[in-house]
Write a protein that binds this ligand. Structure first.
Ligand code: IMP
Length: 189
């Protein structure tokens, strides 16, 4: 039976198990380590959602790295994007001449990733790549570039493994998707 969790009266059903996530993180780390052999990239985690993926990913790397964090305004407590991205914490590292790898938990519309590229590119990194664990293939804007993708998922709202709903459930070990509420067709007297 699929695992289920409830938050504020909404039901979420397990979509990606802990085992599949672990295997995927290892696979992504292997690819990135191979592509970046001989360099010391700066991994930039996007707070708060990417912290769990970020810390698992960098510990699976076989290359050395530096780390830094950016914080952007998120969904707030809603289940859909506000369409506005604001910078809440800037980078502290030197970007010029460095190989930068941005680590996202999820790319939904792609607005945040496009914003981050526009923020970092003018600082002249040697290279700029994006890795995301989850990718909402039907929601993302055309032209949004992602270099490494874990799982392509439907556009449903998801929680767990760093992703929250009203700041809760980030500490779930697997990813859960919101289950649509059944449509009520009649009133029982
Ligand atoms: P985008 O700018 O629309 O691509 O959204 C990116 C950010 O929105 C992510 O880093 C998450 O913080 C948040 N987000 C997008 N989809 C979800 C979701 O299904 N659950 C929780 N947060 C989400």
């Amino acid at each position: 039976m699929a695992k289920v969790v409830s938050v504020n009266g909404d039901r979420f059903v397990e979509l990606i198990t802990e085992r599949r996530i672990k295997a995927k993180v290892k696979q992504l780390a292997r690819r990135i380590s191979r592509d970046c052999r001989g360099t010391v990239p700066v991994f930039i985690g996007i707070l708060n959602g990417s912290v769990i993926f970020f810390s698992d990913l960098i510990r699976e790397l076989t290359i050395d790295c530096e780390i830094d964090f950016l914080k952007l305004s998120s969904y707030g407590d809603a289940k859909i994007s506000t369409g506005n991205v604001r910078l809440l914490k800037e980078l502290n590292c030197q970007v010029e001449g460095r190989d930068i790898i941005v680590v996202e938990d999820i790319v939904d519309t792609g607005l945040s990733i496009d914003y981050i590229r526009h923020l970092i590119e003018p600082q002249n990194p040697r290279s700029l790549r994006v890795v995301t664990l989850l990718y909402k293939k039907d929601a993302v804007r055309p032209g949004t570039k992602v270099d490494y993708t874990g799982f392509s998922i439907p556009s449903d709202f998801v929680i767990g493994y760093g992703l929250d709903y009203t700041q809760r459930k980030r500490n779930l070990k697997s990813v859960y998707r919101l289950q649509a509420k059944p449509v009520r067709t009649g009133t029982r007297m």
